[in-house]
Design a protein around this ligand. Structure first.
Ligand SMILES: [Zn+2]
Length: 461
């Protein structure tokens, strides 16, 4: 997008057609969208007459805006987005939900376009396309072509996974490039199929990042390979040096103290509002020391790492460093959790290992934490009536006697089921932990209570 066109759009100088084109481009570009919001905010602050932006803050904002917007490799997946998508229905044409594993090795073995063609043929058979009304078939053809064209244009794809929710008939189009792989699948229906995205959102932990120096602080959220600036805090802190060293030094300390306290309070509020899991702090040594002092105990306990970065750095740089911390943290947590389940299961405690016992525990609603190895789909059998889920091929549901349907990936269903039961999930991705889990069947769970204890009242099976 041309910078001048963008600025003219901001000023409302474009004719309706050109403005609509820019608005459409903004929808597909989170970086631009953020920048647009920032520019609007500054404009608003100045238009309202009361120039509340301090000079330093204004200068820093302008400086930040003059730089190119950060180009993220991934798209932000927000819970609010998924909730909005879950409301969408189409009575005109099918909504396509396409998921593709786009890791380089997978792309080379079988190009995404080939896999799309295969998935389309498969789905056409599933929905019995040849028996559908003509208008439905027309929409289907349009939709298939749209996906094909988009994939062809965006090859090679960035990221490890891709999710597209699309329905040309109702003007719906959302594409998410993801930092983790998803299993290839295409679902066509009158509603978007969001389970893989929802699972990722639940599994991936959110990091609150606070960068502070004497006078400024910026707060970010990092989740699923993307970074978003949540807020900044500005405070007046006089320099520590001056003619009256002792006097100004004392003033400096007092102001810095107050600044750090405000930043800690803001961090605490955002921590709760955004349901964050881990905290990363950084900044200049002196300000960072003050911030540490003011963090509440619960936040200090969730401290995952510290960065020596100034609040003025590019968000992309912050993201890179936080992702390093996240990788270490994930490895540690995964190894710990696999070991916990293996040990507890071997001691006969409240834990299970292996596909069949784990699925059974899910049916019994006893799973507190489900752990599965990444990239290990297993077919299974599901009862659409009572919800029974099993690994062994059986036609008849052992609970209610109705016919079972085959599920290509029972792990997928298991993850969604545990989340629906307010359990936790962990997809084990790091090498060592995954290897250990694979030795024990690739799947396991910590249970809410062991076999010896009486079941809770809500468990009726
Ligand atoms: Zn049943």
């Amino acid at each position: 997008m041309d910078e001048r066109v963008f600025l003219r759009y901001l000023d409302g100088e474009l004719d309706p057609d050109a403005a609509a084109a820019v608005a459409a481009a903004l929808r597909d570009d989170p970086g631009r969208r953020r920048r647009f919001a920032e520019l609007r905010a500054i404009e608003h602050a100045y238009q309202s007459g009361q120039e509340t932006l301090p000079e330093a803050r204004r200068a820093a904002l302008m400086e930040r805006l003059r730089r190119e917007p950060p180009t993220s490799h991934f798209d932000l997946v927000r819970r609010a987005d998924l909730e909005a998508l879950a409301e969408v229905h189409s009575t005109h044409g099918p909504i396509f939900s396409l998921y593709l594993d786009t890791r380089p090795e997978r792309r080379e073995a079988e190009p995404p376009l080939t896999r799309l063609a295969h998935l389309l043929r498969q789905t056409e058979q599933q929905v019995r396309l040849d028996e559908r009304a003509r208008s439905y078939r027309t929409h289907w053809a349009e939709e298939s072509e749209h996906l094909r064209a988009w994939l062809a244009e965006h090859t090679p794809l960035e990221g490890h996974g891709l999710a597209i929710i699309s329905c040309t008939a109702i003007g719906l189009w959302r594409a998410f490039r993801l930092p983790v792989p998803v299993r290839d699948q295409l679902v066509a229906g009158d509603q978007p199929y969001l389970r893989p995205l929802a699972t990722l959102l639940d599994e991936f932990e959110r990091y609150l990042v606070v960068l502070i120096d004497a006078g400024n602080a910026r707060l970010f959220e990092v989740c699923l390979g993307t970074i978003e600036e949540l807020d900044d805090v500005w405070g007046y802190v006089p320099p520590a040096t001056g003619h009256f060293v002792e006097k100004t030094g004392h003033r400096h300390d007092a102001y810095l103290h107050r600044h750090a306290k405000r930043v800690a309070e803001r961090a605490e509020a955002l921590w709760h509002a955004n349901h964050c899991h881990w905290l990363v702090i950084g900044g200049t040594e002196e300000a960072l020391g003050e911030l540490r002092e003011h963090l509440s105990k619960p936040l200090r306990e969730r401290l995952a790492g510290e960065l020596h970065l100034s609040p003025q750095v590019e968000p992309g740089q912050v993201l890179e460093r936080v992702l390093e911390i996240e990788r270490d943290q994930e490895q540690r947590v995964e190894a710990q959790r696999v070991e916990e389940v293996v040990t507890a299961a071997h001691k006969g405690g409240a834990a299970v290992l292996g596909l069949e016992p784990t699925l059974l525990a899910i049916v019994e609603q006893r799973v507190r934490l489900l752990i599965v190895a990444e990239d290990d789909p297993r077919p299974g059998w599901v009862c659409q009536s009572c919800g029974f889920l099993g690994a062994n091929r059986t036609e008849i549901c052992p609970i209610c006697g109705l016919t079972l349907t085959e599920e290509p990936d029972s792990i997928d269903v298991a993850l969604a089921r545990v989340l629906a039961q307010n359990g936790e999930i962990e997809v084990v991705r790091s090498r060592d932990a995954r290897q250990l889990l694979m030795l024990h069947g690739g799947i396991g769970a910590m249970l809410r209570y062991s076999y010896g204890a009486p079941p809770p009242p809500e468990s009726t099976h």
